[in-house]
Design a protein around this ligand. Structure first.
Ligand SMILES: *Cc1c(COP(=O)(O)O)cnc(C)c1O
Length: 446
C-alpha cells in the first residue's frame, strides 16, 4: 500500500492510487480491480448495482490493531457506523465490545449472539423501549445523558436491582471535521456540561441512587478527528472531574470512557488519526494526570466506529447518464443520497474510480451525482475520471463502510442496496437488496 502525505486539498492524486482502498485491493488486467481476491465487476454482475462490498479481513485486522494498540483498555465498536449480524459476529470473535444507541441495535446484536454484558447503551434521548430492552437483556453499562434519565432509569430498575452506569460529559472541547459531528463542545444536545456544573450535579444525584452503580465518566468529542491533541486535553479534564468526585463524595471512579471519533482518509493524501500515537499519548497523559491527582489509573475504554469499518467498505455504482453543460460534466449513477447522505449532510469528499474498463482518455473534471430528485444529490463534486466516462461504466467509491447504509433512507423508493462480504476470493451476500415487496409489506393501510 502506498501512503502519500499531501495536505487535504493538494493536487488530485494519480487516478491509479489505491492508498485509501482496502489493503487487499489489487489491480487486474483490463482496468479491473479486485478486493479480497474477488473482481468488483463480478460482484456488480452477480448482485447488481448499487451494491456495498465489505472486506471481512480488513475489518478483523482493524479490530486487532485496536486491541494491540490498547492492550489494557476495552475497545467497543460503535454500532451506528454499520451493523448487521455478520459484523456482530466478527466484532465478537475479535474480542471487542459494542456501543449501541437504540433498542434496535441492541436487540440485533444480542439476537445474533453478542454477550450483553459487553454492550454499552448510549443515547441523548433514550425511549422507554430502549431502557426496557437494556434492562431486560442485561447490558453492561448505560450511559446517562440527561438529568431526567436518572430517576427514570432508577424507577425502571425497581427497588432491588442494580445497573452499572456511566455519565456522559461534554468537556468543552471543539474537535471534529464539521459542526454537525462535533459533540465535545458545550451548548449542543449531547451530554452534561462541566462548565455550567450540570455534570457535577448529575453525578451527585446518581451517587444518591442505590440502584445505580456509577463506574465513571464518558466523553465523545465528535467524529473524523485527525489530531491526538483534543483527546489529551479531554483526558486531563476527565481526570480533573474524577479527582473532584473523590474530593466531594469520597468515591474513586474506576473507569473512563473516551469515546471514538478517530478520523480516516477518504481521499489519497488526506490525514488519518495515528492510532499508535493516540494510544501511547493517551496512556501517558492518563498516567501523568492520575499521578498528579494521586488517583489510581482508571480502566480506559475507547469506542471507534468509522475507523473499524469505513475503509473496509466499497460502494459500487453503474453510470446511467453523462450530461455535459457549459460548466460541468455530470456523471449520474444508480444510487446517491439514499445510500450515502454524507456529502449532502457534511460536504464530505470522495475519490471514485472507474472499474473494469481500461481507458486511454486523459482525466477530465466531473461531478458524480445520484439519481434522486434533489439537486443536492451529489456524491463527488469536481473529481477526475477518464474523460470518456459513459453510461454503462462501473464506478467504485472507497471508504464506504461507515455511515452510508446505516444512514440510508427510503427516498424515492429506490430500495436500499445489498451488502456483500468478500474474503478469501469468495463473495457472500450479508444483506439483500430492499425490494418493492419489502416496501409494500410495511404499507398496510388503504
Ligand atoms: C458515534 C460515536 C462513536 C463512534 O464515532 P466514530 O467517529 O465512528 O469513531 C463512539 N462513541 C459515541 C458515544 C458515539 O456517539
Amino acid at each position: 500500500m502506498t501512503t502519500l502525505h499531501l495536505p487535504p486539498d493538494a493536487a488530485p492524486a494519480a487516478p491509479d492510487d489505491l492508498s485509501v482502498w482496502p489493503a487487499s485491493a489489487a489491480r487486474a488486467s483490463g482496468g479491473g480491480l479486485s478486493v479480497a481476491g474477488v473482481a468488483l465487476t463480478e460482484i456488480a454482475e452477480r448482485f447488481g448495482t448499487p451494491a456495498y462490498v465489505l472486506d471481512e479481513r480488513e475489518i478483523r485486522e482493524r479490530c486487532r490493531r485496536y486491541r494491540r494498540a490498547f492492550p489494557d483498555a476495552d475497545v467497543l465498536y460503535a454500532a451506528k457506523a454499520f451493523l448487521c449480524r455478520a459484523v456482530v459476529r466478527w466484532i465478537d470473535e475479535e474480542g471487542l465490545g459494542l456501543d449501541v444507541c437504540s433498542a434496535g441495535e441492541l436487540e440485533l446484536a444480542v439476537t445474533a449472539g453478542f454477550p450483553p454484558e459487553r454492550i454499552t447503551l448510549h443515547g441523548n434521548a433514550k425511549s422507554p423501549h430502549d431502557l426496557d430492552a437494556a434492562l431486560r437483556l442485561g447490558v453492561g453499562r448505560v450511559v446517562i445523558d440527561s438529568a431526567s434519565e436518572i430517576a427514570r432509569l432508577a424507577a425502571a430498575i425497581g427497588p432491588r436491582g442494580t445497573q452499572r452506569v456511566m455519565v456522559r460529559i461534554t468537556p468543552g472541547i471543539a474537535a471534529g471535521a464539521h459542526e454537525k459531528i462535533r459533540t465535545g463542545t458545550d451548548d449542543q444536545k449531547f451530554g452534561l456540561s462541566l462548565t455550567d456544573g450540570s455534570a457535577q450535579h448529575a453525578i451527585a444525584r446518581i451517587l444518591a441512587q442505590p440502584q445505580l452503580e456509577l463506574t465513571g465518566p464518558h466523553c465523545h468529542l465528535g467524529s473524523q478527528i485527525t489530531s491526538v491533541k483534543p483527546y489529551l486535553a479531554a483526558v486531563r479534564r476527565m481526570v480533573g472531574l474524577i479527582a473532584r468526585v473523590r474530593d466531594t463524595h469520597g468515591v474513586v471512579l474506576p473507569e473512563l470512557d473516551m469515546g471514538g471519533g478517530h478520523g480516516v482518509a477518504y481521499r489519497p493524501g488526506e490525514a488519518a488519526l495515528d492510532l499508535g500515537a493516540l494510544a501511547d499519548r493517551m496512556r501517558t497523559e492518563l498516567a501523568g494526570s492520575c499521578a498528579a491527582a494521586r488517583l489510581p489509573v482508571p480502566r480506559l475504554t475507547v469506542e471507534p466506529g468509522r475507523a473499524v469499518v469505513g475503509p473496509a467498505g466499497v460502494a459500487l455504482y453503474r453510470v446511467l447518464a453523462v450530461k455535459r453543460t457549459d460548466e460541468r460534466v455530470f456523471v449520474a449513477v444508480d444510487g446517491g443520497m439514499s445510500d450515502n447522505p454524507r456529502p449532502a449532510l457534511y460536504g464530505v469528499r470522495y475519490a471514485p474510480r472507474l472499474i473494469g474498463r481500461r481507458s486511454s482518455a486523459p482525466p477530465g473534471r466531473v461531478t458524480v451525482v445520484g439519481r434522486h430528485c434533489e439537486a443536492g444529490d451529489v456524491l463527488a463534486a469536481d473529481v477526475d475520471l477518464p474523460a470518456d466516462v459513459r453510461a454503462g461504466d462501473l464506478l467504485g467509491v472507497p471508504v464506504a463502510g461507515a455511515y452510508h447504509l446505516s444512514m440510508a433512507s427510503g427516498y424515492n423508493l429506490v430500495g436500499r442496496p445489498p451488502v456483500v462480504a468478500v474474503a478469501d476470493a469468495h463473495a457472500r451476500l450479508l444483506v439483500r437488496r430492499e425490494s418493492l415487496d419489502d416496501v409494500r409489506a410495511r404499507d398496510v393501510g388503504l
